[in-house]
Design a protein around this ligand. Structure first.
Ligand code: UDP
Length: 310
C-alpha cells in the first residue's frame, strides 16, 4: 500500500513509518518539524520513504494514489500544548479536516490518532470507549483535549456523510526510544534527571496513576486496527496501572542513580487516574501488549544513553 503519515518525524509517527516500511508499504511522511525531529526518520532515507516538510493545517497535495492516511500530527506533551495552544487546536481541527479531505479525494482509509485525554480527569475507572469523559474545555489542557474530541467528531462525520473508511485509536500513555528527553513527560523527564543524578520532580504527591505502553506494542495495535472492520474508537494502551511515584522510583533504580525525589505542585487539571479498558482491542483486534514495563524502561534508558554519547 501507499500510505501517508502526518507527523511522520514525531515519536510515534516515526515508529509507525518504520513498521509500515518493514511490512512492504510505501510511505509518504509529512511533518512541519514543530515538535518532530528529522533525526527520527534519517535512517529511513534509503527505503520506500519520502518526507514532505509541510504544515497540515494548510491544504495537503499528494500526487498519485494513496491507500491510507494516518493522521498523527500534533503537539502531544502537556508542556508542548501549553506553549503551542493555537497550533495544537489548529492541527487537531484544520489539520484533521485536510487529512480527511485527502482520504476522501483518494478513496483512502483514514486513521485518527486520538488520545486518552478525551476522557479528561475520568470519573469512571478504568476507561472504556463507552465513557464520554470529564474534560474542562477552558482549562490549560482543553486545547489538546477539545481539539482531539473535535477531530473524533469530524472523523465520524466523514465516515457517516461521505462513507470514508475511518478508524479512531485512543492512545494511552506511551513511551520508548525517540521521545524527546526534554519534552516534559514523566518518563523522559525522570530519565533525564536520573541520568544526571539531579532531583527527580514528582508533581503532586505522586499518587496519581497512569498506565504506560511500550511503543512497539502500540504500533502493533495500530497496524491491526487499520485492517479491522470498525469505525468505533478503540483504546490502545497497557492496562498495567502504576502511580507516578512508583515510576519515578523504578526509573531511579534502573538508571542506577543517586537522585532524590522532590515534590512539585500538580499541574492544573492533571488527571488523577488513568487505565485503559482494552476489552474492545482484545476482542476486535486480538491484540494485547506484551512488553513488560521494566524491559521497556531499560530499552528507553539505553536509547537516551546512546543519544547522550553521540
Ligand atoms: N509528572 C511528574 N513529573 C514530571 C512530569 C510529569 O510528576 O516531571 C506527572 C504528571 O503530573 C502526570 C504524570 O506524571 O500526573 C504523567 O504526565 P505526562 O506529562 O507524562 O503525561 P499525561 O498523562 O499527564 O498526559
Amino acid at each position: 500500500m501507499r500510505i501517508v503519515v502526518t507527523g511522520a518525524a514525531g515519536f510515534i509517527g516515526s515508529h509507525l513509518c518504520e513498521a509500515l516500511l518493514d511490512r512492504g508499504d510505501t510511505v509518504v511522511g509529512i511533518d512541519n518539524l514543530l515538535t518532530g525531529d528529522i533525526a527520527n526518520v534519517a535512517h529511513l532515507r534509503d527505503r520506500a520513504f519520502t518526507l514532505m516538510r509541510h504544515d497540515v493545517t494548510q491544504h495537503i497535495d499528494i500526487d498519485g494514489p494513496v491507500d491510507f492516511v494516518l493522521h498523527w500530527a500534533s503537539p502531544a506533551s502537556p508542556i508542548d500544548y501549553l506553549e503551542l495552544p493555537i497550533q495544537t487546536m489548529k492541527v487537531g481541527s484544520l489539520g484533521t479536516h485536510n487529512a480527511l479531505g485527502l482520504a476522501l479525494a483518494k478513496s483512502a482509509g483514514f486513521v485518527l490518532a486520538s488520545t486518552s485525554e478525551v476522557y479528561g480527569d475520568p470519573l469512571e475507572h478504568p476507561q472504556s470507549e463507552a465513557y464520554w469523559g470529564n474534560v474542562n474545555p477552558i482549562g490549560p489542557r482543553g486545547v489538546y483535549d477539545e481539539a482531539k474530541r473535535f477531530a473524533e467528531a469530524l472523523t465520524l462525520a466523514y465516515h457517516r456523510y461521505h462513507g470514508v473508511n475511518t478508524k479512531i485509536v485512543r492512545i494511552f500513555n506511551t513511551y520508548g526510544p525517540r521521545m524527546r528527553l526534554r519534552d516534559g513527560r514523566a518518563v523522559p523527564a525522570f530519565m533525564s534527571q536520573a541520568m544526571q543524578n539531579e532531583d527527580v520532580t514528582v508533581f503532586g504527591d505522586g499518587s496519581q496513576t497512569r498506565s504506560f505502553c511500550y511503543i512497539t506494542d502500540l504500533v502493533a495495535g495500530i497496524l491491526r486496527l487499520m485492517e479491522a472492520d470498525t469505525s468505533d474508537p478503540v483504546n490502545i494502551g497497557n492496562p498495567h496501572e502504576v502511580t507516578i511515584g512508583e515510576i519515578a522510583r523504578a526509573v531511579i533504580r534502573l538508571v542506577g542513580s543517586t537522585s532524590r525525589i522532590v515534590y512539585r505542585p500538580l499541574p492544573v487539571d492533571d488527571p488523577k487516574q488513568r487505565r485503559p479498558d482494552i476489552t474492545r482491542a482484545r476482542t476486535l483486534l486480538q491484540w494485547e501488549p506484551t512488553v513488560d514495563l521494566e524491559d521497556g524502561l531499560l530499552n528507553t534508558i539505553k536509547y537516551f544513553r546512546q543519544r547522550a554519547t553521540r
